[in-house]
Design a protein around this ligand. Structure first.
Ligand SMILES: NC(=O)c1ccc[n+]([C@@H]2O[C@H](COP(=O)([O-])OP(=O)(O)OC[C@H]3O[C@@H](n4cnc5c(N)ncnc54)[C@H](O)[C@@H]3O)[C@@H](O)[C@H]2O)c1
Length: 320
């Protein structure tokens, strides 16, 4: 195989078909692509079928691309078979540097030298993962958000040995197949969105540890407060609007001094047994006996409603 234009991809290889790889497979099937998947889990195909049964109706509601079908996935026994028969490979195996290095090297050895190899890693640097590849120039990160079949964002970045043309190829590929791409020029651990999420996560752990707030209070505070605005505006524009006529400049003048106050404690707290228990018990209370399948279905239902809402203009018309 040789590299095709990103818009002309017909077959994607999915290596690792768990939460993220399975989600990617569903996304690309809904986009009309053929998927070649592999995963050594003894029930990988069965697990994927269960995921598809729950999620496909949501993808139908959002609108399938021509030719989209759940029949277009094939599970193969070996990574090498997937790598040698795909136009592009999306790697979504467990997050460990050692195993990612080995897996990318294995894919690299089997795929033609110019076939792009993209990794779903949540925060590892491609510079560190591409070291075992003979052709590291065709590797890049394409970091999705869960579930990849509904959340549009993909953060794209290359490593030191990645060819910028391949990073650009990856950005065009994801954009052509239904994703909102944020292409980064430099590697930063955790990319953009995971870093921001991590800051909130650390502060939340401190508050629970200090007995200042429960998991329920924190979830309510985000869901019914800033979370609603974040679905529409990014954090910079939230502040810009909050500054009234003076916008961001006035916000900086008014609230800048408070940034020096010790409101946040960004060092991570120690994850003691007690803190872990408080978090797990809080989540169990909020889950209130609902199964993972029920909670996933609820999440997906509202995500689809929100995506449909955000794609309409204020008069309720679909964008032309
Ligand atoms: N879960 C998330 O919210 C999330 C979000 C974005 C990115 N990611 C990233 O996606 C990647 C996968 O995470 P996940 O949450 O899907 O994990 P997961 O454990 O659900 O899935 C990993 C899958 O890889 C399979 N696997 C293991 N060895 C393999 C091999 N040799 N060949 C093929 N498949 C193999 C496992 O059987 C498993 O099904 C990680 O790099 C993670 O950081 C996860």
């Amino acid at each position: 195989m040789s590299r095709v234009e990103p818009e002309s991809v017909t077959t994607i290889g999915i290596v690792g078909c768990g939460v993220i790889g399975g989600g990617w497979a569903l996304h690309f099937l809904a986009q009309g692509l053929h998927v070649l998947a592999c995963d050594p889990h003894p029930r990988a195909a069965e697990r994927f079928a269960a995921m598809a049964e729950a999620a496909w109706p949501q993808l139908v509601r959002l609108g399938l691309k021509p030719g989209a079908s759940l029949d277009n996935i094939q599970f193969l026994g070996r990574v090498e078979e997937v790598a040698s028969r795909s136009d592009v490979i999306q790697e979504s195996t467990p997050e460990s540097l050692e195993s990612k290095v080995a897996m990318l090297a294995r894919i690299d050895a089997a795929a033609s030298p110019d076939i792009p190899i993209l990794s779903s890693t949540s925060g590892l640097r491609m510079t560190d993962m591409q070291v075992g590849c003979r052709h590291p120039d065709r590797t890049a990160v394409g970091h999705p958000w869960n579930p990849p079949y509904l959340i549009p964002l993909v953060e794209v970045v290359g490593g030191e040995l990645s060819d910028p043309a391949v990073v650009e190829w990856a950005a065009r590929f994801y954009a052509a197949f239904g994703k909102k791409v944020v292409k980064m020029d430099r590697e930063v651990p955790g990319f953009i969105a995971t870093r921001l999420q991590e800051a909130l996560w650390r502060e939340m752990l401190h508050m629970i540890d200090a007995g200042e707030a429960t998991p329920e209070q924190i979830d309510d505070a985000v869901r019914f407060g800033p979370g609603l605005r974040w679905a529409i505006l990014g954090p910079s524009m939230v502040y810009h609007l909050a500054g009234g006529e003076g916008g961001m400049a006035y916000v900086l003048e008014q609230f800048g001094p408070s940034l020096k106050w010790p409101w946040t404690r960004l060092e991570a707290p120690e994850l003691t047994e007690r803190l872990s228990r408080l978090l797990v018990e809080g989540c169990d209370r909020m889950a209130a006996g609902r199964s993972l399948a029920e909670m996933t279905a609820d999440r997906d239902h509202y995500l689809v409603e929100l995506l449909a809402l955000l794609s309409r203009d204020r008069a309720g018309k679909e964008p032309s």
